[in-house]
Design a protein around this ligand. Sequence first.
Ligand SMILES: Nc1ncnc2c1ncn2[C@@H]1O[C@H](COP(=O)(O)OP(=O)(O)OP(=O)(O)O)[C@@H](O)[C@H]1O
Ligand SMILES: [Mg+2]
Length: 240
Amino acid sequence: MSSAPMGAAITGGTTAAREHVMTVRDAHKTYEGRGVPVHALRGVDLDIDTGSFTCLIGPSGHGKSTLLHLLGGLDRPSSGSVTVLGEHIERMSDAQLARFRAHRIGFVFQFFNLLKGLTVAENVQLAMSFAGASAREQRSRTDELLASVGLSAKRDARANELSGGQMQRVAIARALANDPEVLLLDEPTGNLDSASESEVLGILDGLHAEGRTIVMVTHSLEIAARAERIVEVHDGRVLA
Ligand SMILES: Nc1ncnc2c1ncn2[C@@H]1O[C@H](COP(=O)(O)OP(=O)(O)OP(=O)(O)O)[C@@H](O)[C@H]1O
Ligand SMILES: [Mg+2]
């Protein structure tokens, strides 16, 4: 199961960001539900090493997506600290978080979140335009990314004309649009057949080999076994 990173900064503190691309300290997340607060995370401590490939596993509703959202700056903790690439997520404004995400984080959502009326290429380019790339850069990088996920032929198809596996690969291409150091994926193979699943996993292995840090939520122990490290999220906590 999850192992304490060897030789890492033991006390957290300001040096942690150098060896760990992400550091979570006593993070709590409470959703103000209808009258009854939901304690989705109850004191999470976690370090993710630069360049590592980690899988988050655990039962449904126990906080995996919530934790991944904090790591990606999609949300802030209610208390505690989350440091990603040296930036304190909990101290950033919404606008700062949006800019940070656009430039430095790739996020693949469980249900793809593609804009269905746009073409494959437009979905990928949109992520680049948020980060301020020129139209020319957008075109050449989009072609490169679509080739790398095997979808050049679908460049001008609308997203709603794709199969699930193809949508998932577009979502990965989009997550890579701005060449992020960190790639976060929420059950990227949850809806795929085994052939599409192995294609996606092959792409992830390649990205890991390039030195990117990957954190992926999965329900599949078989998939988790391919990762360098498995972190179990249980009842809003990370099991040591
Ligand atoms: N936006 C929200 N508002 C209120 N409660 C929420 C919200 N998002 C999540 N929760 C609650 O927080 C808890 C943790 O949810 P989370 O989505 O992190 O679980 P999960 O481990 O990803 O589950 P699954 O495996 O089913 O995707 C659940 O009880 C859920 O109902
Ligand atoms: Mg989830």
